[in-house]
Ligand binder design. Structure first.
Ligand SMILES: [Zn+2]
Length: 369
């Protein structure tokens, strides 16, 4: 398969960075894109913010891509804009793609959730549980586009929390995938198998870049979830989950990995090369487990003698929107005592002088008392 010809740093949309990504942040890039490609407003959210759709290519294979259905899951939005920019820069990697495929891309499906940095929309509804009832304007916008475009493939782009490991090993699930089920028995249909093979193609690339940091999402069936609902209709639906790369809370490294995954998936589809991979390759990806904390503390009895030396304390950061940026705050509500096996993205020893100083400076010691 051809390689990308333009270095990633030259296609990265640098005007959009970090975790807080809104329709206002992306509008200068959409305006630039609209000089050469179709960028339409296809509907409005509960609070009347615009929902846009970008169209690229003219080929017969139809691919529908939507991101930020959950407002606080912005990493894939950044990556999909980078893909648009690479197309705009006419990377020859995409030459075949644009003649064999037509892409319709919704960069932010939930602009109200994006503004408020919430998973849900302005009515407090999780759009990924609204695929059947279609009670929300955002759900109707997606469904209307789905019905009129009638895609062969759907890319359902999400972000996942820092808690996931790729299997039981000490490896974060930096990227996770799922070819969702179309029935409760989780049977395999030709379209579900196709999805598994495209995921296997992306996994083969990612294993070279971030070995053992790819996870497979649980395939429990829920017809209210958009991916499952489209899969029921025989659309090959792929779930992408952008996760944590050590130290990268802004998710810029993960953004690049999602960009490369998207490029690989699109070209695999354009070249009809998925049969180079098998569903066994997909099932070889370890299932996600919830084994990580942002911070894991040992020897906590040094701070609080009532605690046992057997116990470890795991803390997860709360993501708080402050002055247009996301702050990562350790809180008591998200703290757990654990004796069993788990991992921390940062692991500290309370018996160590410099670790203790760090915890004191971050106001974490008081949480343990
Ligand atoms: Zn999500």
């Amino acid at each position: 398969m051809k390689e990308l010809s333009i270095p990633y740093k030259d296609v990265k949309v640098t005007s959009v960075q970090g975790r807080y990504v809104t329709h206002k942040c992306i509008s200068p890039f959409l305006a630039q894109l609209s000089n050469t490609h179709s960028v339409e407003e296809i509907g409005r959210s509960v609070a009347h913010n615009p929902i846009h759709c970008i169209t690229m290519g003219t080929g017969p294979i139809r691919i529908l891509i939507w991101s930020q259905m959950h407002g606080n899951e912005s990493t894939t939005t950044k990556a999909v804009l980078d893909v648009c920019h690479a197309v705009l820069r006419q990377d020859i990697f995409f030459e075949h793609l644009l003649s064999s495929c037509t892409l319709k891309i919704i960069p932010i499906l939930n602009p109200d959730g994006a503004l408020a940095y919430t998973r849900v929309n302005a009515n407090g509804v999780d759009l990924n549980r609204d695929a059947q009832r279609l009670t929300q304007p955002e759900s109707k916008v997606l469904r209307k586009l789905y019905d009129s475009f009638n895609p062969h493939f759907g890319f359902n782009l999400h972000g996942q929390r820092t808690i996931f490991s790729a299997g039981a090993a000490r490896k974060p699930a930096t990227v996770s995938f799922l070819s969702p089920a179309f029935d409760v028995d989780r049977n395999l249909s030709p379209s579900r198998v196709k999805g598994m093979r495209v995921i296997a193609a992306m996994n083969a690339l990612l294993q070279e870049l971030v070995p053992n940091q790819v996870g497979r999402y649980d395939d429990g069936f829920n017809a209210d979830c958009v991916g499952d609902a489209f899969q029921m209709n025989d659309t090959v639906t792929l779930l992408f989950e952008a996760g944590h790369f050590p130290g990268d809370y802004e998710r810029e490294k993960t953004r690049e990995l999602i960009f490369l995954s998207l490029c690989r998936a699109l070209n695999t589809i354009a070249l009809e090369a998925m049969d180079d991979y098998s569903e066994a390759d997909y099932f070889g990806i370890p299932e996600n487990q919830k084994l990580y904390y942002d911070l894991l503390l040992r020897n906590v009895q040094v701070i609080n003698p009532q605690l046992s030396s057997e116990q470890q304390v795991g803390l997860l950061y709360k993501e708080v929107l402050r002055n247009g940026k996301i702050a990562f705050i350790p809180t008591k509500e998200q703290m757990e005592w654990h004796a069993q096996q788990c991992y921390g993205h940062l692991e500290l020893d309370c018996a160590n002088e410099s670790d203790l100083k760090w915890l004191k400076n971050k106001n974490i010691l008081q949480l343990l008392r």
